[in-house]
Ligand binder design. Structure first.
Ligand SMILES: N[C@@H](CCC(=O)N[C@@H](CS)C(=O)NCC(=O)O)C(=O)O
Length: 209
């Protein structure tokens, strides 16, 4: 399998999961700053011109959450459960994609993407606008996590990898999580996983130099 990624938010979930499962993937770094995702060859894999993309034989799969399902299924892992908990995972993936992540990622975009790609200064008006919505959903998440180690209870799942993905950047981006102790406790537990802390392959020495 080949996993096309960049060291940004959505690929991060997939890279973390691939490492956690020790999936046999070849990591292929796509330089967004150089427009490597805009080439005809890349668009032939993903017409959205976005990372991550997984190529597994004839299967070319885009969308980070779908890729996580595929990697977990392929590994025979319970992180994408085969029983009724699968529906619960779907619930959290949907909730994240439609409610939580669009608000949480505003902070990431303003404070990490903009400076990194030189596309303007962080705009406080944008994060201010996202804050009430973020707090509304963070409250739901915080209440759900009370008494549960992970989103599904005792067992880690791909839903945790999806919903928590903005949390490694919380401090740097000013994501307002201070008022949500269960979210912070949950993320501290995820940080115990080496693959969560270090999801990306090391840069080649020449690139890093
Ligand atoms: N819904 C997609 C979003 C992927 C996405 O937004 N990827 C970003 C990096 S985090 C990207 O490739 N951006 C390039 C662009 O928008 O030009 C997923 O979850 O895979």
């Amino acid at each position: 399998m080949k996993l096309y990624y960049s060291d940004t938010l959505n690929p991060r979930k997939v890279c973390a999961l691939a490492r956690h499962l020790a999936s046999p993937v070849e990591f292929i770094r796509v330089e967004l700053g150089k427009g490597e995702h805009l080439t005809p060859a890349f668009r032939a894999m993903n017409p959205n011109a976005k990372v991550p993309v997984l190529v597994d034989g004839d299967l070319v799969l885009w969308e980070s959450n779908a890729i996580m399902c595929h990697l977990a299924e392929k590994a025979g892992s319970d992180l994408w459960p085969r029983d009724a908990r699968r529906i619960d995972v779907m619930r959290w993936l949907m909730w994240d994609a439609t409610e939580f992540a669009p608000l949480a990622s505003v902070f990431y975009f303003e404070h990490i993407i903009k400076p990194r790609f030189g596309i303007g200064e962080p705009d406080a008006a944008e994060t201010d606008k996202a804050t009430p919505g973020f707090q509304r959903y963070a409250k739901v998440l915080d209440a759900h996590l009370k008494g549960r180690r992970y989103l599904l209870g005792d067992a880690l799942s791909i839903a945790d990898f999806a919903v928590a993905i903005t949390l490694p950047y919380a401090e740097k981006t000013g994501l307002p999580v201070q008022a949500f102790p269960e979210i912070r406790r949950w993320h501290a537990q995820l940080n115990e996983l080496p693959a969560w802390r270090e999801p990306f392959p090391a840069l080649q020495a020449a690139e890093a130099a």
